[in-house]
Design a protein around this ligand. Structure first.
Ligand code: URA
Length: 190
């Protein structure tokens, strides 16, 4: 994966938007670059900025747990990244300009990893990749297509941490079902 190393070097020096000024480091990815599944989140938080890996804080732990409940291992079965590679100050949402500035890095990740399935983790990822601004509660669980790849929006785990009920039909249960659908879809691929 020499090209991903080159990408990491180039992206590590990125100054395309003002987020470069406040970051500790660029947060590019974790997981398996040969995985058929790519998960795309919003942006690094404080822990991700400190450790240099996406989804390593509380949201990431919950994401790993939900993947595991669906029979997916986050290190083996997934390549995990974000729409924006640098931490926005105060963990605010990335702006449309920041998303646009970072978009070429995400496109290169997709081109190099060649995932067959994309999971869009939360409303910002949905906007970043598909340009859809609709409520995530209506679009989650609805398969979409991005450049020929199956693509599923799901709730962001930060939202699930605030809405923790596992009752049937609640966001956490719906997310579990969405990830089972992802696993089942992966099983149908050659
Ligand atoms: N939330 C995200 O969307 N991405 C991370 O890397 C961490 C939290």
């Amino acid at each position: 994966m020499a090209d991903l190393d080159a990408l990491a070097q180039q992206c590590g020096a990125c100054r395309r938007c003002p987020l470069a000024l406040g970051r500790q480091q660029v947060v590019l990815s974790r997981g398996n670059p040969k995985a058929r599944l790519m998960l795309i989140g919003e942006a690094p938080g404080v822990q991700e900025d400190a450790l240099g890996q996406p989804f390593v804080g509380r949201s990431g732990q919950l994401l790993d747990q939900l993947l595991a409940e669906a029979g997916l291992d986050s290190s083996r079965d997934a390549y995990i990244c974000n729409g924006v590679k640098c931490r926005p100050p105060g963990n605010r949402k990335p702006t449309a300009l920041e998303l646009a500035a970072c978009r070429p890095w995400l496109q290169q990740q997709i081109a190099l990893v060649q995932p067959q399935v994309l999971v869009l983790v939360g409303a910002t990822a949905l906007q970043a990749v598909l340009g859809l601004k609709g409520p995530i509660s209506q679009l989650r669980g609805q398969w979409q297509c991005f450049e020929g790849r199956a693509c599923l929006p799901i709730f962001h785990p930060a939202y699930l941490l605030r809405n923790g009920s596992s009752q049937p039909g609640r966001p956490r249960d719906l997310t579990r079902a969405d990830l089972v659908a992802v696993r089942d879809h992966l099983l149908t691929l050659k």
